[in-house]
Design a protein around this ligand. Structure first.
Ligand code: ADP
Ligand code: MG
Length: 700
C-alpha cells in the first residue's frame, strides 16, 4: 500500500513537533505532499572536494575533508565566538560559530575526518568558514550521494534554529525511504509517451536527487509541464463549460447599420488587425454561445471603432448595447466620439453618469425600458438597479483593470439571458500571462497601429536641464501644439505629492505667464465639474498646457497635444509611463515624450527609463515590466492561480506553458469530459487538485 501524501509532516521520522511547526510557519509545509513539492532553488556538486591550499579568496561554497585539532572561545564585543582549527594535508583554516556554541562544542570530535561544507571568508590572513555544515566522513559516504545536491529555499529563522539545508535533505531522504520513492502517476500514458516525459516517480527522484544533468533537466521539464498543463486544463474546461451552459443571444445577421456604416461612413481603412478582431467578434456573436471576450490593444491602436462596429451588429439584430468606461471624462469622450457616428446612422444614443441631471436621467430610464434608446454610454452609473434595458444584447467595458469581475457579472443580470460581453484594455498583458490568467476569456489582440503614425520621440532628461525643456515647450506652443505636464500623485492623499504638484504648477505659471499662455490644471482633489471644465478648455484648445496628475492616464484623446512631460518619471511604473505617453502621438504632428528625473536613480528606475526610450511596443514594455515587478504585482493577488506556481515560471517557461496549453486543448478536443478510460488518471488528478490545492482559488 502506498503512503498517503496527505499525512501531516509531523509523522515523518526525524521531523517531530518543533521542526514540524517551523516547516509549517516558514515554508508552508503541512503534509508529505507539500514537502515533496518543495523544489530546490539550485544544485551544488558534492562529489568535488577542495584542499585547503586550493582555496581562493573568491571561491564561493566549497567542500573539504579534514580534522579538527583544537577548539577555543574568543571574546568579542558582544558575547563570544567559538573557533575550531581545521586542517588537512595542505594547510590550516578555521571554523567559526557565533551561535549554539555549547551544543556544538560538546558534539565536536577531534582528529576524526569530517566533510565540511560552506562559504569561506578571508580573515586575519587565514581562511575561515562560519557555521559550516559538517558530517563525519564515514557518515557522508554512507548517505545517498549525488553529483548535484539540492539547495532548498530557506529562511533565516530556519537556519538559526538548526534546520540547515543538510537537515532538509535528510528529511527529504526520509520521505523517499518511507514512500519507497513510489508516487502515483498523475499524467496519462498517452501524454507520457507522446511527450516523452519521465514518470512521476522518476521525475520527483531526479529533481531532489539528480543522477546527472540530463535527468535533472528531464525531471524539471516533466514537473513544469504537469503544473502548467493542469492550470490550462482547468481554464479551458471552464471556458468550454461556460460556452455550453450559457446560451448566447443569437446575432445571426449583419444588417443595414453595419453595412451602411462600412460602405459609407467608415472614416478610414481598417487595419488588418482591426479586421481580424472584428471577424473574431462576429464569429462569437453568431455562435450559440455567449461571448466573453477580452480585446487587448495598445493605446491608439483603434479599439473604439471596433467597439462601435460591434454595437452596430447588436442593433442590426434588434438589441440594445451599452459602453461603460471607468471615469466621467472617458465616458464623455466616448459619447462625443460615438455621438457623431450614431447621428449619421440615425441611432439614438445617450450619456449616463453620476452628474446626469435628474430629469434627463428619468427620460433615459424610460426610453431604455421601452426600447427607444438604442445605445447607452456611461460610468458605473449604468450598473445601478434602476437602469433597466428592454433587451440588452451587448455590453462593452473599456479599461477593464478598473472594473472587477463582480461588476462584469452585474452587467450580466441586465437581461434575462446574459448579454455578450466585450472587455477592452489598453494595458497589454504579455500573451503568456494573459493566456494563463484569462484563459476563461477569449482573447483578441490588435497588434498593429494605424498606418502613417509617427513614432513618438522619447527622451530622458535630468532636472538640471529644465530650462532647455521650457524652451522646447515654448517652441512647440509657438507652432500651435499643446503640452501635458504630469506629476506623480501616487497616493491621492499624500500631502507631499500634492505639494510637488502645486509647486510645479506655480513655477509653470511663472514661466508661462498670461495672457500669452493659458494653463489648465486637473487633479483628483478637484470637484468633478471643475475637472471637466478644465479638461474641456484643454480639449477645445483654449489652454496651451495641461498640468495634471495621472487622472489623465487613460483614454483622453486630444490629437493636438503633442508633448508629454512626465515629472519624477522614476516614480512611475512602466505600464503607467506607457499609458501616459499614449496621450500624445494621436495627431499628424511629430510628438514627444520627455521623462524628467533627478540624478539619483535605482537600477530598476534606470531600466524602466531605458525601456521607455528604446521601445514603443506595449507588449514588449509589459514583458519588461513583468520581469521587474513579478506577475503578482501586476495582476494583483486575487488572480493568483498562476502566481503560486511551485516549479514553473510564467516568464522563463513560456514555451512549456504554450506547449502545455496546446496539449490541454488537444486532449479536450477528443475527450471534453475526460471520460475516456485512458484519461481517467487526468480526471482523477484534476479532481484531487481542486480538492486540496489552492490553484483554483480565484475561480469564482
Ligand atoms: P484606443 O485603442 O487607444 O482606444 P482609439 O480607438 O481612440 O484608440 O483610436 C485612436 C485614434 O486612431 C482615433 O483618433 C481613431 O479615429 C484613429 N484610428 C483608429 N483606427 C484607425 C485606422 N484604421 N486608420 C486610421 N486611423 C484610425
Ligand atoms: Mg480608447
Amino acid at each position: 500500500m502506498s503512503v498517503n501524501l496527505q499525512t501531516p509532516i509531523d509523522y515523518l521520522k526525524g521531523v517531530g513537533p518543533n521542526r514540524a511547526d517551523l516547516l509549517r510557519s516558514e515554508l508552508g509545509i503541512h503534509t508529505y505532499q507539500d514537502l515533496i513539492n518543495l523544489f530546490p532553488n539550485r544544485y551544488i556538486d558534492r562529489t568535488c572536494y577542495y584542499t585547503i591550499n586550493q582555496l581562493q579568496r573568491n571561491t564561493s561554497e566549497v567542500q573539504i575533508i579534514g580534522v579538527i585539532t583544537d577548539v577555543r572561545e574568543i571574546a568579542q564585543k558582544r558575547g563570544k565566538r567559538l573557533v575550531a582549527t581545521f586542517q588537512d594535508d595542505t594547510g590550516i583554516m578555521e571554523l567559526v560559530w557565533f551561535r549554539g556554541q555549547k551544543w556544538i562544542r560538546e558534539s565536536l570530535k577531534f582528529n576524526t575526518p569530517y566533510v565540511i561544507f560552506g562559504k569561506t571568508n578571508w580573515f586575519n590572513n587565514r581562511f575561515s568558514m562560519p557555521h559550516p555544515e559538517m558530517e563525519l566522513q564515514e557518515d557522508h559516504e554512507k548517505s545517498l550521494r549525488s553529483a548535484m545536491q539540492a539547495v532548498y529555499p530557506s529562511t533565516e529563522k530556519l537556519s538559526n534554529k538548526g534546520i540547515t539545508n543538510r537537515v532538509i535533505v535528510k528529511i527529504m531522504q526520509q520521505l523517499f525511504i518511507e514512500t519507497k520513492g513510489k508516487f502515483v502517476e498523475t499524467l496519462s500514458k498517452d501524454l507520457l509517451d507522446n511527450q516523452k516525459l519521465l514518470s512521476k516517480s522518476e521525475a520527483l527522484f531526479n529533481v531532489h536527487f539528480p543522477r546527472n544533468q540530463e535527468l535533472l533537466s528531464k525531471a524539471e521539464f516533466r514537473l513544469k509541464f504537469e503544473e502548467l498543463f493542469y492550470i490550462q486544463l482547468q481554464l479551458i474546461l471552464k471556458n468550454l463549460i461556460h460556452k455550453s451552459k450559457i446560451k448566447g443571444l443569437p446575432f445571426n445577421k449583419v444588417g443595414n447599420y453595419f453595412n451602411t456604416f462600412f460602405k459609407e461612413h467608415l472614416p478610414f481603412e481598417l487595419t488588418n488587425a482591426q479586421k481580424r478582431v472584428l471577424k473574431e467578434i462576429r464569429q462569437d456573436l453568431g455562435s450559440n454561445a455567449q461571448m466573453n471576450r477580452l480585446l487587448q490593444g495598445d493605446v491608439g491602436s483603434g479599439k473604439t471603432i471596433v467597439a462601435f462596429m460591434s454595437i452596430l451588429i447588436a442593433l442590426d439584430n434588434g438589441f440594445q448595447a451599452c459602453l461603460m468606461a471607468p471615469t466621467e471624462i472617458l465616458s464623455v469622450q466616448h459619447y462625443n466620439e460615438l455621438f457623431e457616428l450614431c447621428n449619421k446612422l440615425n441611432i439614438s444614443v445617450e450619456l449616463l453618469t453620476g452628474s446626469t441631471k435628474t430629469s434627463n436621467r428619468k427620460d433615459i430610464h424610460e426610453n431604455l425600458e421601452n426600447g427607444e434608446l438604442q445605445v447607452l454610454i456611461g460610468t458605473h452609473a449604468l450598473l445601478e438597479d434602476k437602469v433597466k434595458f428592454k433587451n440588452l444584447g451587448l455590453a462593452i467595458i473599456d479599461e477593464q483593470h478598473r472594473f472587477g469581475v463582480a461588476q462584469r457579472s452585474k452587467l450580466w443580470k441586465k437581461n434575462t439571458s446574459p448579454p455578450h460581453i466585450l472587455v477592452m484594455t489598453a494595458t497589454p498583458i504579455p500573451r503568456t500571462l494573459a493566456m494563463s490568467l484569462y484563459g476563461d476569456l477569449d482573447i483578441s489582440i490588435i497588434d498593429e497601429l494605424p498606418a502613417g503614425r509617427k513614432p513618438i520621440k522619447t527622451v530622458h532628461r535630468y532636472d538640471t536641464n529644465r530650462l532647455k525643456v521650457f524652451r522646447f515647450i515654448r517652441d512647440e506652443i509657438a507652432k500651435g501644439r499643446q503640452i501635458y505636464i504630469v506629476y506623480p500623485l501616487i497616493q491621492e492623499s499624500s500631502k507631499l505629492d500634492y505639494k510637488d504638484l502645486m509647486d510645479g504648477y506655480e513655477s509653470i505659471v511663472r514661466e508661462f505667464p498670461q495672457p500669452n499662455y493659458q494653463i489648465s490644471i486637473v487633479h483628483g482633489k478637484m470637484k468633478s465639474e471643475d475637472k471637466d471644465y478644465e479638461m474641456q478648455r484643454f480639449i477645445k484648445g483654449e489652454t496651451n498646457i495641461m498640468v495634471a496628475t495621472t487622472v489623465i492616464e487613460v483614454g483622453v484623446n486630444v490629437p493636438n497635444a503633442s508633448v508629454m512631460i512626465i515629472e519624477s518619471a522614476e516614480r512611475f511604473g512602466l505600464s503607467q509611463l506607457h499609458q501616459l505617453r499614449g496621450r500624445v502621438g494621436r495627431g499628424a504632428e511629430q510628438s514627444y515624450c520627455i521623462l524628467m528625473t533627478s540624478f539619483k536613480l535605482s537600477q530598476d528606475s534606470k531600466t524602466r527609463l531605458e525601456t521607455m526610450v528604446k521601445s514603443s511596443d506595449g507588449f514588449e514594455i509589459a514583458e519588461v515590466d513583468l520581469k521587474l515587478r513579478g506577475p503578482g504585482d501586476i495582476m494583483g493577488t486575487q488572480q493568483s492561480g498562476i502566481l503560486n506556481l511551485k516549479i514553473a515560471d510564467v516568464i522563463k517557461d513560456k514555451d512549456i506553458l504554450q506547449h502545455a496549453r496546446y496539449c490541454a486543448k488537444q486532449l479536450l478536443k477528443t475527450d471534453s469530459s475526460l471520460s475516456k478510460p485512458e484519461n481517467k488518471v487526468i480526471l482523477h488528478t484534476y479532481q484531487q487538485m481542486s480538492k486540496y490545492k489552492n490553484i483554483w482559488n480565484y475561480i469564482s
